[in-house]
Structures are given as C-alpha cells and as structure tokens.
Design a protein around this ligand. Structure first.
Ligand SMILES: *Cc1c(COP(=O)(O)O)cnc(C)c1O
Length: 473
C-alpha cells in the first residue's frame, strides 16, 4: 500500500523510480568491525546491556536516533556563529523565532535536552494526586510526572498494544478511555493530557489529525489542557500526509503547525527530529505556565536564554528545525526505515507493523516464544544481535517498563521489543542490508538461545544501567 516510496531491490521492476537522499556525503567517520571473541568479551563486560558497551566496540550503532544524527554543512557553519554571551545570546532569539514560526507556540524556554523540559513542565503543572493520561508512557516523561506526584494512566487505543495490528494511526488516544478516566477521577484531578507524536514505545506509531482535533473538543468541555511531546512530530506529520484524507498535498511544515495548534504547549527533545546532537525546549501558550517554567529553568538548567545549551548549539538547532520539516528529508528518512522493515518482513521475521517513523521494532515474544518475559527475551535478543555482528540495538520491554511503584513488581508490558533505531542521515542502504542479514542469522539460531538473569538493578530508569547474566541450562 505504501510501496511507491519503498526502494525496490535490484531487478524487481523495470522502469522503477526510487527516491534517494536529498544530500551527498562530504565527510566520513571510519567504523570498525570486531571479532566474535572481542564481542563476547565486550558484552560480558557490559553485563549484557547494550547501553554499557563502548561505542568503539560497535560496528553499526542503532541504539538510538537521539543525538546521533549527522548535521548538515549549514548547521556546522552555524556553530561558528555562536554568540556565547551568558545572557541574551542572539542565537536564542533566532531559535525562539524559529520555534514560534514552525511549531506556533507563543513562549519558549530552552533546556539542555528533552527530559529537562519534561522536568520543568511536570514541576510547573502537577500537584500530588493528579492524574496524567497519555497515549502510552515514555520512560523519562512518566518518571518526571511521577516524581512531581502525578499518576500516569495509559489511554492509547488497544491496537497500539498489538504488534500485529495494521491500524494506520496506532498512536491515537482512545477517547472512551479518557472519558472514563475523567468520570472516575474528576476533571479537576486530570491536570493535562500528555500526548506524544509517533509513539515511541508502541513502535513509532502516529496520531491522526482527526484524533487530536476530537481530543481537543473533549478536553475543551472540561477545561483540560493538552501538552504535546513533539520529539518526533515532524515524522508524525509525514504519516498524516501519507494516510489521512485531505493532507496529501499539504507540506509537512503546514501539517506540523496545524497539529500543534490543537495543543497548549509542547516539550521537545531536539536530539531526534531536529538533527542536532544536544538540545531541547519547552514552549507554551499560557503565560502563567511560561512564568513558572522560566523561573524553574534558572534553578535546574541555566538562564532562560540558554537553558543548558551553548549559543552555537542553539544556532545549529534553529537551522536543524528548518531542515527537519523539508518534505524530501522526511520522505527519505522514513523511506530508509521502511526499506529495512520490508527486508525483514519478506524474510518472515516478526516485527511491529506497520513500520513506524524512526525504528524497526523486533517482536521478541514471537522471536523467542520459549523465553519467559521475566527472563528478559528482548534484552537477550539485543545482546545476540551484538554478538553476531557488532550491531547495537535497545531493549524496549520488561526492563524498560521498570517496577510498579506501589507493588514493587516488574511491570509486564504487552510489547516486548527490540528497537533498531535509525540515526538520521548517517547510514547507507548497504548498512541496512547488513543489519537485516544479521537479524536473520540471529533468528535462524533462535531456538538455541536462552534468557537472562538480572544481577544488578538501579532504582531509576533501570534499563540504562542494569546488568545481566545468561541463564545456564
Ligand atoms: C528522547 C525522548 C524524550 C527525552 O528526551 P531526552 O532529550 O533524551 O532527554 C522524551 N520523549 C520522547 C518521545 C523521546 O523519544
């Protein structure tokens, strides 16, 4: 159905017309393939946690698309234009105007990265006992909401929890679930709706324009604001353009701005869509919320005209925002992700469908049906991929879900996934071929693979630092 933008493999069709990246390569960074013995040593030292590997030991790094993008020559040139004044840097004013222009919010607070902005908005808005509904949790987002005394409640549609559902907008909010929550908790307890574009934990699945529009109507009835995790909203806009009636001829930039117009503010990890290695922001329309956040930013991040970023970072970010909403850029970005997904689907490997915006998610439950969830099948799958070919992926399953703060038990998410995240403008189609072949090799050896035992567990965001050992038969 979306075949027209998928590059077809050689000889498949005569007269085919492929897309290609709207850039060429000016500088390269050598990478090194290790031996199997080196990788065995490295993963054991890393406690079978790919976050604890050294990047020098990694061949193709698909851990995350966060801060790993390649900047353009224009962005690198922008670094030279940094105004490193402590207060009132010219780069801040340019960034502020760019955010206002492309995202449409009134007030901007810069932060060092996304979680800095999550911290500010959570502290500014949430009172102990508040309920925060959202379309599936994200690790840092939910933690900041909980640390502020809030309780996150998932109100995403059921299809999002089913890796085989082909629903085109699996990121949508289930308005029935939200209504039930409002009825049960009381509208005054529902502090805001925490809405995310291309829902990461569901496999990079988009939210439709129709969904955010009707969500706005429902929230208006109760005076509940909507705050958006805009981290991958440019990618979300692409899916709207592709799938939603009436949007095929609208540019990505226009779709992005319309979507944001249904929300009251947003936080951003600029390390994703915006093509920079560090940075973030919070932007809101309500002046009181802005005042609170601008006051908090000086405590936790830095003065309100840099928020933890250098002047040069803000300049590169302003340029990155402009580049991130170009239709050609997004088409090739998502086209590359799909190329990898198509290869895996053709080989019968279980992945989350439809393929999302920034990553391929391997379905570890179907990959390793013989490994129980409390033996961390996705964690083991990521380790096996590294062992096979030096490819680094990330667990997004029971380890990432953490423990229930009330019962102390593991949270067992329906989705037990391994994320192969594609950095923007970094790897070639040949790297995608090598990756697909590595997944296939691990899949072919799946029945010989066993689970893991967790031997060290940190208190917060345990997936970053937990350590494991293979279970022996
Ligand atoms: C990465 C991310 C964040 C957190 O941003 P950081 O820049 O890593 O602090 C928040 N939400 C989503 C959806 C993300 O992907």
């Amino acid at each position: 159905m979306q075949r027209q933008i998928i590059p077809q493999t050689m000889g498949q069709q005569f007269g085919r017309r492929s897309w290609a990246e709207p850039w060429k390569i000016k500088m390269v960074e050598p990478i090194r393939m290790t031996s199997r013995e080196e990788r065995e040593r490295a993963i054991a030292e890393a406690g079978y946690n790919t976050f604890l590997l050294r990047s020098d030991d990694v061949y193709i790094d698909l851990l995350t698309d966060s801060g790993t993008s390649a900047m353009s020559d224009r962005q690198w040139a922008g670094l030279m234009l940094g105004d490193e004044a402590y207060a009132g840097s010219r780069n801040f004013y340019r960034l502020e105007a760019t955010i206002q222009d492309y995202y449409g919010y009134r007030f901007v607070v810069p932060t060092h990265q996304g979680r800095g902005a999550e911290h500010l908005i959570s502290q500014a808005l949430i009172q102990p006992g508040d309920v925060i509904p959202g379309n599936m949790y994200f690790t840092t987002t939910r933690l900041h909401q909980e640390l502020a005394g809030g309780r996150f409640v998932d109100v995403i549609i059921d299809e999002a929890h089913d890796p085989q559902s082909e629903h085109p907008f699996k990121g949508n909010v289930d308005l029935g679930k939200l209504q039930a929550l409002i009825d049960e908790a009381g509208a005054e307890r529902v502090r805001y709706v925490s809405l995310a574009g291309t829902v990461n934990m569901a496999g990079g699945q988009p939210v439709s324009m129709d969904n955010v529009r009707t969500l706005r109507e429902l929230c208006d009835r109760y005076g509940i604001p909507i705050y958006l995790d805009a981290t991958r909203m440019a990618e979300n806009a692409y899916f709207i353009q592709e799938r939603e009636p009436g949007y095929a001829d609208k540019p990505i930039a226009a779709i992005l701005k319309e979507f944001c117009s249904y929300t009251d503010g947003a936080w951003m990890s600029a390390k994703k869509d915006s093509l920079v290695n560090i940075g973030g922001w919070l932007a809101v329309n309500d002046e009181e919320v802005f005042d609170a956040a601008r006051n908090l930013v000086v405590v936790y991040e830095g003065l309100h005209t840099y928020g933890g970023m250098a002047g040069r970072d803000m300049e590169a970010l302003a340029i990155g925002i402009e580049e991130s909403v170009q239709d050609d850029h997004i088409r090739s970005r998502i086209g590359q992700v799909r190329y990898l997904g198509e290869l895996l689907v053709d080989w019968g490997i279980p992945i989350v469908c439809p393929v999302g915006g920034h990553a391929i998610f391997l379905d570890a439950k179907r990959f390793y049906p013989h490994i129980r969830q409390n033996e961390f099948p996705a964690q083991m799958l990521a380790a096996q991929l590294y062992l096979d070919s030096g490819i680094r992926a990330m667990e997004r399953g029971v380890v990432s879900a953490g423990r229930d703060p009330e019962t102390g038990d593991h949270r067992y998410p329906a989705l037990e996934l391994v994320r192969l995240t594609i950095p923007r403008r970094v790897y070639t189609q040949a790297h995608m071929d090598v990756t697909a072949e590595a997944v296939k090799a691990v899949y072919d050896a799946r029945m010989e693979t066993r689970g893991l035992d967790m031997v060290y567990e940190p208190k917060y965001l345990r997936f970053f630092q937990a350590r494991f050992q293979p279970l022996v038969a």
